[in-house]
Design a binder for this molecule. Structure first.
Ligand SMILES: CC(=O)N[C@H]1[C@@H](OP(=O)(O)OP(=O)(O)OC[C@H]2O[C@@H](n3ccc(=O)[nH]c3=O)[C@H](O)[C@@H]2O)O[C@H](CO)[C@@H](O)[C@@H]1O
Length: 375
């Protein structure tokens, strides 16, 4: 009889780390329904709500990132790291995992470091085309490193790398009637629809483009679903209200049902977060990417160029967005042959079974550990 597997999954901070983590957990559960999964996140961050909402238990660490602007504040960060490592060690002692998975973000640092030191096999998942600092540090001890882009051997040991792509949420791939999807946003199925998203937290530049372009939007004969992110919603609502009636613009802070939003959209405007890009590939969505310039090592530009170089996406620089973005989007959405070409090219870059492949690797590591230690 197979014995129950216990797996820790750690990381978070933004949707880009949390959603792949949940999707890996779901795939593990599908392969081993009695597996026990425990998440370890960062206190006060988005995962502390999203993970329980997806049906999993999570424990928070008192971790924070280094302050690159005020170095003096880093003393308290160091204390937090030490406290987090101690707490991670206690969690691992109590839960006795057979493997630990790190998806990037603050919490995965102390958790995977401790797991590695305690002899637990570890797997890390790097979403971006440029490796994050935490993952680079954890890579030396990791047993497997699952990546989404070619060429990652410049950061990681080639022997450990598996090219799996980024896992996306399982529900995103369900088929949804386009007309019904458009109606669910109170919009007109006869019109072309552009979905505007700024990653899981929203994007200031993209929001400014919309707020400054409300007049253009009004006269465009195109309709828009606009996700502002929670920090910008009040300002956005106020600006829209001042502009008067705009029935062609649906505004929200966050879209929970992205499957419906994608199926409503003829074209997407988006930041170039790795998770979002994986979804566009799988759903074959024509997209204009506006990479965030505010992320480590400018990794979103690298994510975006990996597509743009294959003519699989259009690209507008953050600094040029206010002048160019809306005009380009309104023009492109009315050019079916351009949309078709973008859709065909981006589809070729999709990884279809990412969560399952990663789950298999995790379970393999866990079973090997179990065999060695529990006989
Ligand atoms: C500012 C920042 O640090 N961004 C990083 C973060 O992006 P971010 O957290 O924005 O993540 P991604 O773009 O990778 O993914 C966003 C996810 O949020 C979902 N979504 C988005 C909007 C919405 O209203 N509803 C919703 O469900 C998308 O469908 C997608 O699954 O992690 C990514 C993966 O490591 C990195 O590539 C990004 O550079």
């Amino acid at each position: 009889m197979k014995k129950q597997l216990r797996i820790i999954i750690s990381g978070g901070g933004t949707g880009g780390h949390i959603f792949p983590a949940v999707s890996i957990a779901n795939a593990i559960k599908e392969q081993h329904p009695d597996a026990e999964i425990l998440f370890v996140g960062a206190e006060g961050r988005m995962e502390m709500q999203r993970v329980p909402a997806a049906g999993y238990k999570i424990i928070g660490l008192p971790i924070a990132g280094f302050n690159r602007k005020n170095l003096l504040k880093n003393f308290s960060v160091l204390i937090k790291i030490i406290r987090s490592q101690l707490k991670a060690r206690k969690i691992i002692k109590d839960f006795q995992p057979h493997a630990a998975v790190g998806v990037g973000g603050y919490a995965s640092g102390p958790t995977l470091k401790m797991a590695g030191m305690m002899g637990i096999p570890t797997l890390i998942q790097e979403q971006n085309s440029y490796a994050g600092v935490t993952n680079k540090l954890l890579a030396k001890k990791a047993d497997k490193i699952c990546v989404a882009y070619e060429g990652m051997e410049r950061f990681f040991d080639k022997e450990k790398i598996i090219l799996t792509g980024n896992p996306v949420r399982q529900g995103l791939l369900k088929s949804i009637n386009k007309e019904e999807a458009i109606r669910s946003f109170g919009l007109d199925p006869q019109k072309k629809t552009i979905l505007i998203v700024g990653g899981s937290l929203g994007a200031r530049t993209i929001n400014n483009c919309v707020m400054k372009g409300l007049d253009k939007i009004k006269h465009s004969d195109v309709q828009f679903i606009w996700q502002t992110g929670k920090f910008y919603i009040d300002e956005a609502r106020k600006t829209v209200k001042q502009a008067g009636e705009l029935p062609m613009l649906y505004t929200t802070d966050f879209i929970s049902d992205m499957a419906t939003a994608y199926s409503a959209a003829d074209l997407v405007i988006s930041r170039a977060g790795a998770g979002s890009i994986s979804e566009f590939c799988l759903l074959q969505k024509p997209v204009i990417l506006v990479p965030s310039p505010n992320v480590a090592e400018d990794h979103q530009t690298k994510n975006a160029l990996a597509l743009v170089n294959k003519e699989a996406a259009l690209y507008v620089k953050d600094a040029e967005a206010e002048n160019e973005l809306l005009d380009l989007a309104i023009k492109t959405v009315q050019q079916p042959e351009v949309l078709k070409k973008l859709s065909n090219h981006i589809a070729a870059l999709a990884f279809k079974d990412s969560a399952n492949v990663i789950a298999q690797e995790v379970c393999k590591l866990a079973e090997q550990y179990q065999q060695k230690h529990e006989h």
